[in-house]
Ligand binder design. Structure first.
Ligand SMILES: [Fe+2]
Length: 260
């Protein structure tokens, strides 16, 4: 179809994205943008990581690779890059300072263009999520985007589920991961693998550095966060969970109070 229609669709998706984020309350706990120090690019390992993440994310947005490929490669890159060593150059101290009490972790976007000018129009975004002990990102799946979550500090109970499909008012899920993740651990999602995730912080100052790619076809192009209730799921003989879709109020009541 024509470019104007495509632009209108993107603008519409963007508006829904903002509305969804507001409803999901993660955006309610956003801190100001941080900027990478130019010295970050002095490290060959970080330069390689930035260039490869950008190349893979661009390929994903252009449809040259699928999200399963992106997920595998991003996790492999994170495993090969000592990201926690570079936190001072990524203003992690400021992200930590923005952490606060309450129920929600704090999300802080990080601009990388100062370290690499070619990332001024990057195909991906980077952001920290900083948690106090007991804070939770409640179980949810994604449409229209993928993300990667490299633990850079602290300890997080991390559970992920493969998204096998939708059945009426529920998602069909297969448990994938249930672990305590510490610095160096990375869990990216694809349209299927690990698409539903759930984070519970076990220490103050627990944090992930996330890579986010939007405006892609992953369970459809339209951006949506889908909150689910895996603890209320029925499990069939093959181990497939039928997890009800729930609203934010119920998700918060059930999962945030349980962790606090
Ligand atoms: Fe997520």
């Amino acid at each position: 179809m024509t470019a104007p229609a495509s632009a209108a669709a993107r603008a519409s998706a963007r508006r829904r994205f903002l509305a969804d984020l507001t409803a999901f309350a993660l955006a309610a706990a956003s801190a100001p943008l941080l900027r990478a120090e130019p010295k970050l690019a002095d490290s060959a390992a970080v330069r390689h990581w930035l260039q490869q993440v950008e190349a893979l994310s661009r390929q994903l947005r252009e449809g040259a690779v699928d999200s399963a490929h992106w997920r595998r490669e991003i996790d492999a890159l994170a495993a090969a890059t000592p990201l926690p060593e570079f936190l001072p150059l990524l203003q992690f101290d400021r992200a930590l300072a923005a952490a606060r009490g309450g129920r929600d972790p704090v999300k802080t976007f990080v601009s990388l263009a100062e370290a690499d000018g070619s990332l001024r129009k990057a195909a991906f975004a980077a952001a920290y999520f900083v948690f106090a002990k007991g804070q939770v990102i409640t179980p949810h799946g994604h449409r229209g985007m993928v993300s990667a979550h490299a633990v850079v500090s602290g300890r997080l109970q991390l559970r992920t589920y493969d998204r096998l499909g939708r059945d009426g008012d529920a998602l069909l899920l297969k448990p994938r991961l249930d672990t305590v993740a510490t610095a160096g651990f990375s869990a990216a999602i694809s349209a299927v693998e690990g698409n539903v995730h759930w984070f519970v912080a076990e220490q103050d100052g627990s944090a992930t550095l996330d890579v986010i790619v939007q405006d892609i076809d992953a369970n459809g192009r339209e951006f949506a966060l889908e909150l689910v209730d895996p603890l209320a799921a029925e499990t069939d003989a093959r181990g497939v969970l039928r997890a009800p879709l729930i609203d934010w109020e119920r998700s918060s009541r059930r999962y945030q109070s349980a962790a606090g």
